[in-house]
Design a protein around this ligand. Structure first.
Ligand SMILES: N[C@@H](CC(=O)O)C(=O)NCC(=O)O
Length: 615
């Protein structure tokens, strides 16, 4: 460890800097931007791809969507283990990014309807092919995105020396902004691509392009990361810390069980039963981690609600009117409201709200912030329920109007003007109609119609599905509350997990934190499946109530939590151990340091000489 630290100091001293930041982190930040573009871009259109391309119903589409998201947050554990105990972060990121890019390409190919459209009617004839290929693609993406997730941020953090604490903190903020920048751009762009018509034999909605561009961005992310290769500090794998933790806990439990009889004196903490075999420092570190993990138990419920903005809320938007005057918003583009608000709310919270609360003399601790975040998310779902009731009322009556009569009643809903051509031999006639957002019509063409004459007046239409009359802008309050909740809950939670974790277990807690997201997505599936509520708004109310209950439980748990300083605790343990064999260790350490410094100086000289010879 000492040797590694010396090597790192030496490496960082030698590496190029721009404005006090290692040049290498620019490649990492750009990589993250492209990767998040790829992930969120694909995810933005996913639920609509299930519904309209694979022709699944809303429930199946929602279930598979959340299974996929859950898988994306289960795989970080795998990535952390592979990186820590075997390949190291750099190689893990490279290999898993390749898997990820292959998955994205598979998704793009699965969305080409022409591949199986043998009768050329615009719909695939072998749906199984498309379903299987897209499921394989999603599995590879989940493996890739989840696997690299705990590695990229930590790898970025590794590039800073101990003296660059401030720069490291700024790097993490920029990193979060890059995530949301990538997400924002892709969530605007991929729905536009999806809405285009493309195809060889027949034109259909262009899901292949909407998945193809994220695939290209993932390749760019990989290339950018590889280009920076020579500049990175690459820490060696530290051994499987997750394995050590599990073994130590397993030993404590089995040892406790073996000594269950009353004749053995009890110990202060059940983990103390591991003292017979394991280092006291490791046990103290595990105790710190377990304390935080216990606090994590109620957290998945927040993600249960949060991640529904990509499924239920997008489906809700499909039943709303996206006409904003100058622009028409696609339902899946509404998700951009989240990253837009993140980019504005994070700086406002950090520089105005939190300092103001502090000035008022209130101690707004991280756990209190997280509790408020949960409450805001519950509020967001109450808003979603109210909007849903509005939609249900507006869509209650399916009426059959004469089109002209209908347009007279709802002229403000007109947003699309389409022209149809009827042709028979040399004769043709054209008629135009205006359509409301989300509406469906049947036109009656009289058998007596003579082509060549004006058919505008002769053709009448019946409205099968009324245009969406509830405006998408009504979703803004629910987005506002869920994003304000995210800033208070997620950004604070990440910071809390990092600050309360022992030095060698930051990755373990990161993986634990990401696991709460995975569990949250599984809860959506379970609740939606078990409750099977007939009305969507009642499901929203159910989720809001569940989170409110969990929020109360969490606030009680948080009340009893005492904040710790892991560095201080670790130093105390090291001092205690050090007291026993101080002299021996000091001499040994000094000797090792001397030898390593000499080694490094020598390798420096050789490196320098090598450069001179080459010149
Ligand atoms: N606000 C989200 C991005 C989004 O939902 O558009 C976020 O920052 N997520 C964190 C991540 O690591 O993706």
């Amino acid at each position: 460890q000492l040797k590694d630290r010396l090597y790192k100091c030496h490496f960082i001293k030698q590496s190029k800097e721009v404005c006090g930041y290692p040049l290498s982190i620019f490649f990492i930040v750009v990589n993250e931007f492209c990767e998040r573009f790829s992930y969120y871009g694909m995810r933005a259109v996913l639920v609509l791809y299930f519904k309209y391309f694979l022709r699944w119903d809303d429930d199946l589409a929602t279930s598979i969507y959340h299974t996929f998201v859950a898988l994306c947050y289960l795989t970080p554990i795998l990535g952390a283990i592979v990186a820590d105990s075997w390949l190291g972060k750099f190689k893990t990121i490279i290999y898993l990014s390749i898997v990820y890019a292959i998955g994205q390409v598979a998704m793009a190919v699965s969305a080409i309807h022409d591949i199986t459209d043998t009768d050329r009617d615009g719909t695939p004839n072998n749906m199984t092919f498309h379903v299987v290929l897209s499921m394989v693609g999603l599995f590879l993406i989940a493996l890739g995105t989840g696997g690299i997730k705990p590695c990229v941020a930590a790898f970025g953090g590794d590039q800073f020396g101990d003296h660059q604490e401030r720069q490291r903190r700024t790097f993490f903020s920029v990193f979060y902004l890059c995530i949301n920048g990538g997400s924002l751009l892709s969530t605007i762009i991929t729905p536009i691509l999806r809405a285009q018509n493309c195809g060889i034999y027949s034109k259909q909605k262009c899901y292949s392009l909407a998945f193809g561009v994220p695939a290209a961005l993932m390749v760019v992310a990989l290339v950018v990361f590889i280009v920076g290769s020579g500049m990175y500090y690459k820490a060696k794998p530290e051994g499987n810390i997750m394995g050590d933790v599990c073994k130590c806990i397993g030993f404590a439990i089995s040892n406790r069980y073996k000594h269950r009889s009353k004749q053995y004196p009890s110990r202060e903490h059940w983990m103390d039963w591991a003292e017979d075999k394991y280092d006291k420092l490791l046990i103290a570190q595990i105790k710190m981690v377990l304390k935080v993990l216990f606090l994590y138990i109620p957290l998945p419920m927040f993600w249960t609600l949060f991640d529904q903005k990509g499924s239920r809320w997008t489906l809700q938007a499909t039943t709303m009117d996206g006409n904003f005057g100058a622009i028409v918003i696609q339902p899946d583009q509404m998700q951009t409201v989240n990253p837009i608000l993140i980019l504005t709310l994070v700086p406002i919270m950090d520089s105005v709200i939190y300092p103001l609360i502090k000035k008022c003399g209130l101690n707004f601790t991280p756990l209190k912030r997280m509790t408020v975040g949960m409450f805001l998310a519950a509020l967001a779902f109450v808003c979603a329920a109210v909007v849903q009731i509005e939609i249900d009322v507006s869509r209650k009556h399916l009426t059959y109007f004469n089109l002209t009569q209908f347009l007279k009643i709802f002229p403000f809903l007109i947003i699309i003007r389409a022209t149809f051509f009827l042709q028979s031999g040399q004769l043709s006639c054209a008629f135009s109609r205006d359509f409301g957002f989300g509406s469906s019509y049947t036109f009656f063409i009289p058998s007596t119609l003579s082509l060549g004459s004006n058919c505008q007046e002769s053709i009448t239409g019946a409205e099968d599905i009324k245009p969406n009359s509830v405006h998408m802008a009504l979703q803004v309050p629910q987005y506002f509350f869920i994003t304000a909740g995210e800033v208070m809950f997620s950004v604070t939670g990440l910071e809390f997990s990092y600050s309360q974790a022992p030095s060698n277990m930051k990755a373990v807690l990161q993986a634990g934190w990401l696991l709460t997201v995975a569990i949250g997505n599984f809860i959506v599936l379970i609740v939606a499946e078990v409750a099977k509520l007939p009305k969507q708004w009642t499901e929203y109310v159910l989720f809001a109530s569940l989170l409110l209950c969990v929020c109360i439980i969490f606030s009680i748990m948080a009340y009893f939590y005492t904040y710790i300083d892991p560095t201080e605790i670790e130093a105390k343990f090291r001092r205690n151990v050090g007291d026993d064999d101080d002299d021996k260790n000091d001499k040994q350490r000094k000797l090792e340091m001397e030898m390593m410094k000499r080694d490094l100086d020598r390798s420096d000289d050789e490196h320098y000489k090598g450069k001179q010879t080459k010149m």
